[in-house]
Design a protein around this ligand. Structure first.
Ligand code: PEP
Ligand code: MG
Length: 318
């Protein structure tokens, strides 16, 4: 029954051989956060804050932001971690009150954290609102589009400056969604508190294919071995620095991909709210040892089609 299903989904997702995989939700507002708790989310793995900034004529002020972040964190309870990502806009997602010059290549231009670094007033305001909200629960801050240590350090310094005036401490993690960040994971893991892989952008930048291009849609697949190798490299770098790695890109909600992602060694999956029950159910069926063997095979494939075929075959043998 529906009640039984709800009862099951609120239990942790543990593999057959006893590893707990944290399953969190990607959330875009308060209603969705409430729904995520109901469906068993162990936290919010990605709160996209764009919803607060888009479709309006003025920037949300610090108090308004603090109110909304606090409401969402409270909705998740004291314990569940809530990862809030700083604003991720740019040439492709313009804001009326943020005049950015038109760019020839907006996906390679002032986008994500680059906007915040170049225009720190807006980023500082958001960081202050986040730090003020932190006291109501378990908040972690995540930075989008980090491509280098230099960028991470610049933002960490800014966060430290704001933190001192507010006297609170906070974990600061990064999205791994630019190939350079995956390649530098070992170095980044010495300084960032956690990693969450944004496979939507990581795939776009690895394959050099626009993620929204209708003519390329059939060929842009996050299960391309090139992307899988970058995921493996990220996990390896994180482990060396005693950090955890999650995936918050769309591939984490793809049920067929779950055994492979677990096999690559990720510790957390952040999925769309409706995917919470099926993702947790799938994890419970799997043995991590088998998943690791599968991942080794996938890493040696030639293209995404072969990886998909391998996954289908593997499922049939179960
Ligand atoms: C991603 O790039 O995979 C991601 C989760 O971020 P967004 O889809 O918001 O760019
Ligand atoms: Mg992204």
């Amino acid at each position: 029954t529906y009640q039984d299903a709800l009862q099951t989904t609120t239990q942790p997702a543990i593999t057959q051989d006893g590893t707990h995989i944290e399953v969190a939700a990607n959330v875009g507002g308060l209603d969705e956060a409430r729904k995520a708790v109901e469906l068993g989310a162990e936290g919010i793995g990605l709160l996209r804050t764009e919803f607060l900034y888009l479709n309006r004529t003025t920037e949300p002020d610090e108090d308004e932001q603090t109110q909304i972040y606090s409401d969402i964190i409270s909705a998740m309870g004291k314990e569940r971690p809530v990862i809030i990502r700083t604003l991720d806009v740019g040439g492709d997602k313009p804001l009326p009150y943020l005049p950015l010059p038109e760019e020839e290549n907006p996906f390679l231009g002032e986008r994500g954290i680059r906007v915040g670094i170049n225009r720190p007033t807006m980023l500082r305001r958001q960081i202050r609102a986040l730090l003020r909200s932190a006291k109501v629960g378990n908040l972690r801050i995540m930075l989008p589009m980090i491509a280098s240590l230099e960028e991470f350090r610049a933002v960490r310094k800014l966060v430290e400056e704001e933190r001192q005036s507010l006297e609170s401490s906070i974990e600061l993690g990064i999205m791994i969604e630019v190939p350079s960040a995956a390649l530098m994971a070992r170095e980044l893991a010495r300084e960032a508190d956690f990693f969450s892989i944004g496979t939507n952008d990581l795939t776009q930048y690895t394959l050099a294919m626009d993620r929204g291009h209708p003519k390329l849609a059939s060929r842009i697949d996050s299960l391309h071995p090139a992307v899988l190798r970058l995921i493996a490299m990220t996990v390896e770098g994180a482990r060396a620095g005693n950090r955890w790695t999650g995936i918050c890109g769309g591939i984490a909600s793809d049920i067929t991909a779950i055994p492979l992602l677990l096999g690559l060694g990720v510790n957390e999956l952040s999925v769309s709210v409706p995917s919470l029950p099926p993702v947790k159910a799938r994890i419970r069926e799997l043995s991590l040892a088998d998943c690791r063997a599968l991942a080794q095979q996938a890493l040696a494939m030639e293209d995404a089609t072969q990886v998909r075929a391998l996954l289908a075959q593997w499922k049939d043998k179960e």
